[in-house]
Every structure is written in C-alpha cells, then in structure tokens.
Design a protein around this ligand. Structure first.
Ligand SMILES: Nc1nc2c(ncn2[C@@H]2O[C@H](COP(=O)(O)OP(=O)(O)OP(=O)(O)O)[C@@H](O)[C@H]2O)c(=O)[nH]1
Ligand SMILES: [Mg+2]
Length: 305
C-alpha cells in the first residue's frame, strides 16, 4: 500500500521534474547508443540538477556497463540507468521513528509544515504525539505550529515569544515523559540574528536533549527546500557539520523541476532522505523510496497514468 501510495504521490509531486527530464530523455533514447549518446545523457543529468560530479560518475558507469555487455537496446540502457542511480542514493537504515525528533533547517524550508504532516502521520499510526514550539524568535511561528497541532489533533508545548528555545525543549521533554507520549517533535527557528547564533542555539538544544534523555532514541532531521537546487546541497553540508544530521526531508518537490537534487544530496553527504514533501496539505508527505523515486523520474513508460 505504502508503495502504491508513494507512486501516486510522487508521480504527481514530481511532475515538473519528470516533464523536464522526459522531454529530453525521449529524444535521446530515440537515438543510436554511441559515444555521443553518453555525452548527451551526461548533459541531461547535469541540467536536471543531479550535479556535475554525480552526472559524470553515472554516465561513465553506464558507458562501462553498456560496453562490457554490448547493450544497444535503449530499454535496457534505461533500466541500467535506473539501477545505477538508485544505488547511489544512501539507503534508509531504520524504518523506526525516534522518540525525540529535532527538526532543523533554514527559514522557509518547510519545517513547521512538515512537523504538522509528521504529527498527523504518527498519530494515524496510533502514537501519542507532542509538539514543542522551540521557534520562539517570532510570535507567528508559535501560532503556525498551534494551527498544525489542531489540524493533526495533537498536544503542543508553547512558551511566549522571546523565551529561550532550549528552555522550551527542557519543559517539553518533562511533559513528554510525564504524559508517557510516544514521539516529541521539536520545531526550531530557521533564522536568528545570524548564522552563528542559529548553529549555537541548535547545539544548545541538542545538549539539553542529550542531558535529559542520554540521547537515546533521538533523531535530527534536516528539512531542505528542493526548489533551491544546488543551494540545498551546501545547506545540508553546513547543518550536518553543526548538528550531525540523521535524515533529510526534502520539501516542495511539487513546485520544482529540480527534483534530481535528491541524488547528489544523498550520495555526497551519505545522509538518507527519509521523507519528501509534495504539497501543502496535511497528507502531502511520503516516506522516500529510492528505487521508486528513480523509476518515477526516468521510466517514461509509466508516464501517462
Ligand atoms: N508546495 C509546497 N509547499 C510547501 C511544502 N512544504 C512547505 N511548503 C510551504 O512553504 C512555506 C514555508 O513553510 P514553513 O513550514 O513555514 O517553513 P519553516 O521552515 O517552518 O520556516 P521558518 O519558520 O520561517 O523557519 C509555507 O508556505 C508552506 O506551505 C511542500 O512540500 N510543497
Ligand atoms: Mg517554522
């Protein structure tokens, strides 16, 4: 079911990226499989935001496999291309949800929205969820999370604007323990006075979590906006240095032709992509499946469904 759901969601969510790739891919696969073919394929991958380095690697692997096995059938080449790309994507290691989920990312990436979606999803699994509004930088941030808590029908811990975010987390963990809840999801600010402030604040929150829970069963999830393309890769690098990111959630795939960005993010940083966001509604979040994702991007046969 999950898989079917993934295909349906992703088929739609990836429409822009697919249209972009497919137009060129179909033209390319109508040609003879020769040296020029692989050069053009590499170009196509680069223009799909897969990144220069990854695109080179992928096309040279494909060239090698095609050469060694004397493959000239475009359908088989396409199959090998899907194999190579899905193997590059760092696999998710555990399906389990941690008890404490810290959500980080730059402002506007989609953290608060994603937390609302996650809360609804975990709640539907029968879990007891608490949200912590640790983005106290602006009042609207707390209100926004409150709206999502209502929508998802889960409890929320808030403190007034300007409160110390780490102290919100401190209190929220106490409440989480007292309620015997299953998952605590922490929303954080995407922008403080400057980047150093933000990273220091996140480090402080992480210390509080470690002190109060021994860091057992904690997960730091980085939210990245797919529409920012290559910028998302550098953000991931920056946050990962400061926070040891356990997983990535890539949002706004529905609004971009740059969906290929998942591939370099996951392959270069070796961080698994856990979920993808494909819209603004509460159920527009789906667990990431590398193989299904790659097939949805490159398998033009399943196009008009
Ligand atoms: N189309 C689309 N829009 C999204 C998605 N996820 C989030 N958004 C929109 O992106 C905008 C920013 O989302 P927020 O959840 O407020 O982002 P944030 O990271 O919490 O931002 P700050 O609180 O400012 O740090 C909102 O308008 C969301 O509706 C998605 O998957 N698809
Ligand atoms: Mg927010």
């Amino acid at each position: 079911m999950e898989k079917l759901n993934f295909f349906q969601k992703i088929g739609f969510g990836l429409k822009k990226t697919r249209d972009n790739i497919n137009k060129k891919l179909n033209l390319l696969f109508g040609k003879k499989i020769d040296e020029a073919f692989f050069d053009e394929l590499e170009e196509l991958l680069i223009t799909s935001d897969i990144g220069m380095k990854m695109s080179e690697e992928i096309s040279s692997k494909l060239r090698k496999i095609a050469g060694e096995n004397a493959i000239t059938d475009p359908a088989r080449i396409r199959e090998e291309l899907i194999n190579i790309i899905s193997e590059q994507i760092t696999p998710e290691t555990s399906e389990k949800t941690a008890r404490i989920v810290l959500v980080i990312g730059v402002n506007g990436a989609g953290k608060t929205t994603t937390i609302g979606k996650l809360a609804a999803r975990f709640k539907a699994e029968g879990k007891r969820i608490i949200l912590a509004a640790a983005d106290t930088f602006r009042a609207a941030a707390v209100e926004q999370l409150e709206i999502w808590a209502k929508r998802a029908d889960v409890e929320i811990v808030t403190r007034p604007e300007g409160s110390d975010p780490a102290s919100v987390v401190y209190d929220a963990i106490d409440i989480f323990k007292a309620r015997h809840a299953d998952v605590l999801i922490i929303d954080t600010a995407g922008r403080l006075h400057n980047k150093k402030n933000l990273m220091d604040e996140l480090a402080k929150i992480r210390r509080i979590i470690a002190d109060k829970t021994g860091n057992s069963d904690t997960e730091t999830l980085l939210v990245l906006d797919a529409t920012t393309g290559q910028n998302a890769v550098s953000q991931a690098r920056l946050f990962n240095e400061a926070c040891d990111v356990d997983g990535i959630i890539l949002t706004k795939l529905d609004g971009t032709a740059k969906g290929g960005i998942i591939i370099p993010i996951s392959a270069e940083l070796k961080i698994p992509v856990k979920y993808i966001g494909v819209g603004e509604q509460i159920d527009d979040l789906t667990p990431f499946d590398a193989r299904a994702f790659t097939e949805a991007l490159f398998d033009t046969d399943s196009d008009e469904q």
